[in-house]
Write a protein that binds this ligand. Structure first.
Ligand SMILES: [Zn+2]
Length: 164
């Protein structure tokens, strides 16, 4: 079983299934169980349980097995969780995030920006040229936007992720 107290794992699961979904995961016993039983045991709404199981299933963290009752002929869906692949998923997500951050950092470092002092818009230098350095929304004079603080924060984030 995974360590649900791990900050990274918790964050990842909350992004995936939300706080209620995490509550469901935490309350779910090992072994096979129906969605209705999960709802009863965890106190999470049945609709939320179903949605959470569906999302987990799409990400291969929940496995479903159908069983037909030989008397009634009814189908029962039995669920169990399997997080054995989560480290691999986390690694993939980290790589994706790092790639996005680097692309953003590159964009911020290689462009010059102008903003409207009223907060309407942020424009690239070329775009600002086209509007004669006037805000396209309100007509106010655009001012140079110093993004060095933002670039610094992005760099820190990239460094932290690269070394972790
Ligand atoms: Zn404006």
């Amino acid at each position: 079983m995974i360590d649900l107290n791990d900050r990274v794992i918790r964050g990842y699961l909350i992004r995936l299934v939300g706080e209620d979904g995490l509550k469901m995961i935490e309350g779910m016993p090992e072994g096979e169980i129906t969605d209705e039983e999960v709802a009863t045991m965890t106190g999470v709404l049945l609709n939320t349980v179903r949605r959470t199981l569906f999302i987990l299933n799409e990400n291969k963290f929940a496995i479903c097995r159908r069983e037909r009752d030989s008397n009634s002929g009814w189908l029962t869906y039995l669920w169990h969780l399997d997080f054995s692949d989560i480290e691999h998923q986390l690694m993939k997500e980290k790589k994706k995030l790092l790639r996005n951050l680097k692309t953003r950092l590159d964009f911020e470092e290689n462009n010059v920006f102008y903003v409207c002092p009223q907060g309407c818009a942020r424009l690239l230098f070329d775009e600002a040229m086209e509007t004669d350095f006037l805000c396209p929304m309100c007509g106010e004079d655009l001012v140079f936007y110093d993004n060095s603080l933002f670039v610094g924060a992005l760099k820190k984030r990239v460094d932290a992720l690269s070394s972790s």
